[in-house]
Design a protein around this ligand. Structure first.
Ligand code: SAH
Length: 286
C-alpha cells in the first residue's frame, strides 16, 4: 500500500501533511484540550479530521482553517460534522484571527481556543503570527516537533533557551503536554513530536515599548550565543550602559531572563543606536 495514501487522500508534502491515526494519542490530545460545548474552538490544519471529529462531537460549533482545497471540500461535506463546521479555506499564516473574534454576534464575545497538528515547516512563523492576537486567544494546543516544544518551554541557562523561548514566554505561559512518536502519524515524520499548551498572559508580565527591539536584541544576543554579552551586544550597548542596566558583562545570551531582555529592549526604544538609525535611513532610500 502507498504509505502516502490515507483515507483515500494522498498526503501532500508541501502542506506538511502527516495525519494522526493513533486513537490513543488522539484521545489524549482531545482530553488535554478539554473542549466544552459552548466554547469557541478553532482548528488549524484539520486535514482528514483526526482531531476535528472528536473535538467536533463535544462542541456546538467548530471553525477550521485549511489551506488544501481538496481537504477543505471534504470537510464541507463531512458526514456528521458539516452542519457544525465553518470551513475557512485559506493560509492560516495570513488569516486575521482578530476578525474572527470581533465578528461574533453573541455577547459576551468568546476568546478563541486554537489547536492543531501543525505542518512543522510553518509552525514557528505561524506561532509568531498567532502571538499578535494574544489578547483574543484563551489558549492554544499544538502538535510540534519535540525539539521545538523543548525550546518553547526552556528555562534560562540551558541550550534550548533562545529567541523562540523569549518570544513565546513573553506572550504566554507555556507547558509541555505529551510526547508523540513518529508511528502515530501517516506518513510517519522523521522526528519525534510533542504537544504543547500556550496560555496567553492576561497581563504581559514584562511589557516592552516596541517588540521590534525585543526581537532585535534577542536575535543579536542568541545569534552569537557563545560570546559574552559585552561582545555580542557591542553595536547596541556600551559596557557602561549594560552595567547600568544590571547586565553582567561576562554573561551570555542564555543567562538572561525575559525581564532582562525586556529591560534592554525598552532602553533601546528610548535610545535607538545611531548605526541602526543610519541603516533605516539607507533602507528607505533604496
Ligand atoms: N490535523 C490533521 C492534519 C495534520 S497535517 C491530523 O492531525 O491528522 C497538517 C494539516 O495542515 C494539513 O491538513 C495541511 O493541508 C494543513 N496546512 C498546511 N499548511 C497550512 C496553512 N498554511 N494554513 C492552514 N492549513 C495548512
Amino acid at each position: 500500500m502507498n504509505s502516502k495514501k490515507h483515507l483515500g487522500h494522498t498526503a501532500r508534502k508541501r502542506f506538511g501533511q502527516n495525519f494522526l491515526h493513533d486513537n490513543h494519542v488522539i484521545q489524549n490530545i482531545v482530553a488535554a484540550i478539554y473542549p466544552q460545548k459552548d466554547q469557541f474552538l478553532v482548528e488549524i490544519g484539520p486535514g482528514l479530521g483526526a482531531l476535528t471529529e472528536p473535538v467536533g462531537e463535544q462542541v456546538e460549533h467548530l471553525t477550521v482553517v485549511e489551506l488544501d482545497r481538496d481537504l477543505a471540500e471534504r470537510l464541507r461535506h463531512h458526514p456528521f460534522l458539516h452542519q457544525k463546521l465553518t470551513v475557512i479555506e485559506t493560509d492560516a499564516m495570513q488569516f486575521d484571527f482578530g476578525a474572527l473574534y470581533a465578528d461574533q454576534t453573541a455577547e459576551p464575545k468568546q476568546k478563541l481556543r486554537v489547536f492543531g497538528n501543525l505542518p512543522y515547516n510553518i509552525s514557528t512563523p505561524l506561532m509568531f503570527h498567532l502571538f499578535k492576537y494574544h489578547d483574543v486567544i484563551q489558549d492554544m494546543h499544538f502538535m510540534l516537533q519535540k525539539e521545538v516544544v523543548k525550546r518553547l518551554c526552556a528555562a534560562p541557562n540551558s541550550k534550548a533557551y533562545g529567541r523562540l523561548t523569549i518570544m513565546a514566554q513573553y506572550f504566554c505561559q507555556v507547558m509541555p503536554v505529551l510526547e508523540v512518536p513518529p508511528s502515530a502519524f501517516k506518513p510517519a515524520p522523521k522526528v519525534d513530536s510533542a504537544v504543547v499548551r500556550l496560555i496567553p498572559h492576561q497581563t504581559l508580565p514584562h511589557p516592552v515599548k516596541d517588540l521590534y527591539w525585543l526581537n532585535r536584541v534577542c536575535s543579536q544576543a542568541f545569534n552569537q550565543r557563545r560570546k559574552t554579552l559585552r561582545n555580542a551586544l557591542s553595536s547596541l550597548f556600551s559596557p557602561e550602559n549594560l552595567t547600568a542596566l544590571e547586565i553582567d558583562l561576562n554573561a551570555r545570551a542564555e543567562n538572561l531572563s525575559i525581564a532582562d531582555y525586556a529591560r534592554l529592549a525598552n532602553w533601546l526604544a528610548d535610545n535607538p543606536p545611531v548605526e541602526v538609525l543610519k541603516d533605516e535611513i539607507m533602507d528607505s532610500e533604496e
